[in-house]
Design a protein around this ligand. Structure first.
Ligand code: HSE
Length: 431
């Protein structure tokens, strides 16, 4: 294996530039670990003439994605363009059909088409490596597929979106509201101009789908996922949660029960301030797994950015250069099960409910009657003073109950004449 491992880089944005820098700066250690040198043969991006802060003059500029996908010199193409359909999907398909491994950070593509692409890769005796697609620099894919391979994984929890975690952390630390902090995050470059994918939970959902497939040996199924983002979380919710001993985090959760039912959800949840995951702040990500022999493990690190993402991409390139043709979801695609997915409503959990109501007699009695009607028992109940507009905030922590019953209770509360806004309902996760 003395020939160099030859790659093409598609996409020269932040991540692409990071990959080039890392390959240039750490060439010796990378070659030693790969058993041969890694050689960039060609690159392609939207604009050719642009100062990217790295010297790319030694590399060919590919005429098109299609040309790169068919370039007989390449062992692998590194896809850093993004997008889940159209040209990028056909680029990946063509590269696989031409016997090239794919290394990618593209979680959307794999969350939507991972099963078909994995079959295609297998048929062509190549693989798709996606360490960079989930939680940036955290090596969770290798950890699940290799380090924890002997375990039955029962659950995977994660903070999988740095933008949301940054916003929630800032809201807690400064008392500011969501919109204000989002504006600042956009100014600082932590949030995209269109923040939808991040703040509505879609980016985290893409990542969770891949973790669930790998952890449980099931076909990735994006459509089976409950997704709730963080737009409706207020600074008051964060303060009340804090007073009760909790942090609000956007939690990705995938679980496999003993009867074979699987559940995956993305939702803002309360976690105890004493839990390790509560201490994961700012743009950091974390993934916690639970395996039958290993018990609990947790990894924390940067979930995005030039260095962390390049770190994961290089790990995959080194693996491939070493000749490791890994199974994409841990088992051959023919052995991936079709999970019986269930929604979060089947969970049994405690919940936090925040109701904005008129501040007048009988309101508390009306609200508690609604919970009684749905057979939901209250663990603690706090009324928070008078707001400027004469309303009151009623904060309830329920006893453990079926989530669907608590949802039903909150629906009834929402219909009360004294209730001024849609109540906030969040699960309390015992992580
Ligand atoms: N935008 C993502 C985040 C990183 O904020 O974590 C890329 O998936």
């Amino acid at each position: 294996m003395s020939d160099s491992f030859k790659i093409g880089l598609a996409g020269l944005g932040t991540v692409g530039v990071g990959v080039i820098k890392m390959l240039q700066q750490n060439a010796d250690v990378i070659a030693a670990r790969a058993g041969r040198s890694i050689e960039i043969i060609s690159v392609i991006a939207g604009i050719k003439a642009k100062d990217r802060g790295v010297d790319i003059s030694a590399y060919d500029w590919a005429n098109s994605l299609e040309d790169m996908a068919q370039d007989q010199r390449l062992d692998a193409v590194i896809e850093m363009v993004g997008g889940s359909d159209g040209e990028i999907k056909s680029f990946v398909e063509t590269a696989l059909d031409n016997g090239k491994h794919i290394v990618t950070a593209n979680k959307a593509l794999l969350a939507h088409h991972g099963y078909d692409l994995a079959q295609r890769a297998e048929n062509n005796n190549v693989t798709i490596a996606y360490e960079a697609a989930v939680a940036g620099g955290i090596p969770i894919i290798k950890s699940l597929r290799e380090g924890l391979a002997g375990n039955k994984i029962n659950s995977v929890y994660g903070i999988l979106n740095g933008t949301c975690n940054y916003i929630l952390t800032e809201m807690r630390e400064t008392g500011r509201d969501f919109a204000d902090v989002l504006d600042e995050a956009q100014e600082k470059g932590y949030a995209e101009a269109d923040p939808t994918f991040d703040v509505d939970g879609i980016d985290a959902a893409h990542k969770l789908v891949l973790l669930g497939a790998l952890a449980f040996g099931v076909k990735p199924d994006f459509d089976a996922l409950n997704i709730e983002g963080i737009r409706h979380i207020t600074s008051k919710d964060i303060r009340y949660a804090d007073d009760l001993g909790y942090r609000i985090k956007l939690i990705g959760m995938a679980r496999l029960s003993q009867d074979g039912n699987a559940m995956q959800s993305i939702a803002p949840c309360l976690v105890s301030t004493k839990s390790a995951i509560a201490g994961v702040e700012g743009v950091f990500n974390a993934v916690q797994t639970n395996g039958d022999f290993v018990d609990q493990t947790m990894m924390e690190g940067r979930g995005a950015g030039e260095g962390p993402t390049a770190s994961s991409i290089l790990a995959d390139i080194i693996d491939l250069a070493r000749g490791n043709n890994r199974l994409i979801f841990g088992v051959p695609t023919a052995q991936l099960n079709t999970a019986q997915w269930q929604g979060a409503e089947v969970l049994s959990c405690q919940c936090y409910i925040h109701v904005k109501a008129e501040d007048k007699s009988g309101v508390i009695a009306d609200i508690t009657a609604c919970l009684k009607e749905a057979d939901v028992s209250i663990d603690s109940f706090i009324q928070r003073g008078h707001e400027d507009d004469g309303s009151a905030s009623v904060v309830i922590v329920t006893h453990e109950a079926r989530f669907s019953d608590i949802q039903k209770a909150v629906k009834i509360v929402e219909g009360l004449a004294c209730v001024l806004d849609k109540p906030t309902l969040l699960r309390i996760e015992d992580i």
